[in-house]
Design a protein around this ligand. Structure first.
Ligand code: GLU
Length: 438
């Protein structure tokens, strides 16, 4: 079998869409599995809509996802001469003709156009029934730029693509491309049209369904490895129910024959769950490195911070973090002086009349401690509860609310220790004096 050569061909007219990223991924996986080449071609013939900022973002997102392309980028905007030569050849052969400044290709008028799709099998178009297909195809516009259907055929042939893996929204374009291959004397590649990504309501995934660009997922704190894993399972399966499957294993197992024919529904909860799994796999220092920029953005962290303390926080919250962007919300009470109290938690847990006095005394007890590590805090706190005659159940839940503002937090004694003596003392005092008037 000749070397596999595939391409991803984005138009730089918007940010990298999650569906396009999945198309890029399937091409990349196929190339890597087959030991072939993966090309990146920028389809920037539309000068009005193509923007440098989108190009940069697409390259950035692909790099971030680890979908590295082989060889130099190809820009369609730099290949107009080549398309022009090919168009002139068709005109010379009588297969195309000028119409003003534009050039039209003579489409076959009767019979069938067909191609064999790796997923869908033979797809046929009866030209008698598809009158729009039989219309002569504009291959060069009057503004001097080639049309998509023409440039794509010229390039795919010139770049010796063996397989065209793209979204099935292009199935309707393929019967326009097939006669062009023939007229230009090019060998047809193997087509494989993969199903689109759908929203929960089964319509094409769009902004209505949530974030659609890779950039938004990156900004929210999803990990590239988790996105790769998730996207690979959108429309493909390794043949069992395996859900966590890393890049190396994907390359080993990826097979176009296992791509599903029908659209795959995007499920944000599943992506979040998967991301959480990848976050758990990270070492604490590695996760800390990823979280620092997130904390810096909030103004909660700078180079003077105590890294050892931060790693303790990260270790404590790692299990509960499903995406980096959610970490500040989980841990806010550890980074700010003034915490927000959850009203329901206050009402539910601060009813006991003994608490006002207990918090004041506990504040003093903690304030008197020389060291504030988890072990010391735990020992002193347990002794304190005995002294005042309250059980852990009666005391710890209200205390958690007083110290964190909410009813759930990681392990209580670790939490107290990480909050630190000064803030813990202040918060208990505040709760006793202000929140528990009476
Ligand atoms: N530029 C086209 C797109 O972004 C490429 C289609 C193709 O792969 O042929 O949809």
């Amino acid at each position: 079998m000749p070397e596999v050569r595939v391409r991803f061909a984005p138009s730089p007219t918007g940010f990298l869409h999650i569906g396009s990223a999945r198309t890029a991924l399937f091409n990349w996986l196929f190339a890597r599995h087959e030991g072939g080449k993966f090309f990146l071609r920028i389809e920037d013939t539309d000068k009005e809509r193509s923007k440098k900022e989108f190009l940069d973002e697409i390259l950035d997102s692909l790099t971030w996802l680890g979908l590295h392309w082989d060889e130099k980028l190809v820009f369609q905007s730099q290949r107009t001469e080549y398309y022009r030569t090919k168009a002139n050849e068709l005109v010379k052969k009588g297969l195309a003709y000028a119409e003003g400044e534009a050039i039209r290709f003579r489409m076959p008028k009767t019979g069938k156009v067909f191609f064999d799709d790796l997923l869908h099998g033979r797809i046929e178009f009866d030209l008698d029934q598809h009158t729009s297909l039989a219309e002569d195809l504009v291959i060069f516009k009057s503004d001097g730029s080639p049309t998509y259907n023409f440039a794509v055929v010229c390039d795919d042939a010139d770049m010796k693509m063996t397989h065209i893996i793209r979204g099935d929204d292009h199935i309707s374009n393929t019967p326009k491309q097939v006669p062009l291959y023939e007229a230009l004397g090019f060998k047809q590649p193997i087509f494989c049209h993969i199903p689109l990504i759908l929203g929960e309501d089964r319509s094409r995934m769009s902004k209505r369904h949530g974030a659609t660009s890779i950039r938004e997922y990156r900004d929210a704190g999803f990990l590239p490895e988790a996105l790769i894993n998730y996207l690979s399972l959108l429309g493909w399966s390794p043949g069992n129910n395996q859900e966590i499957i890393d890049r190396k294993e994907l390359i080993e197992k990826f097979n176009l024959k296992r791509v599903l024919k029908t659209g795959a529904v995007f499920n944000k909860e599943k992506l979040e769950w998967l991301n959480g799994q990848y976050i758990r796999k990270l070492s604490v220092p590695a996760l800390t490195d990823l979280l620092i920029p997130v904390l810096e953005k909030r103004g909660w962290w700078d180079a003077k911070g105590d890294r050892v303390w931060l790693e303790r926080v990260v270790a404590l919250c790692q299990e509960r973090t499903f995406c980096l962007g959610q970490f500040p919300e989980l841990t806010e009470f550890l980074f700010v002086d003034e915490i927000k109290y959850n009203d329901e938690a206050l009402q539910e847990f601060l009813k006991d009349g003994r608490l006002k006095d207990a918090f004041a005394k506990y504040s003093d007890a903690l304030g008197a401690l020389g060291t504030f590590d988890t072990k010391t805090v735990e020992e002193r706190s347990r002794a304190f509860m005995k002294e005042i005659g309250m059980s852990g159940k009666e005391f710890i839940h209200p205390c958690r609310v007083a110290l964190t503002g909410r009813s759930v937090s990681p392990g209580f004694f670790d939490t107290v220790s990480l909050i630190g003596k000064k803030r813990a003392v202040q918060r208990l005092r505040h709760t006793a004096d202000v929140l528990l008037k009476k």
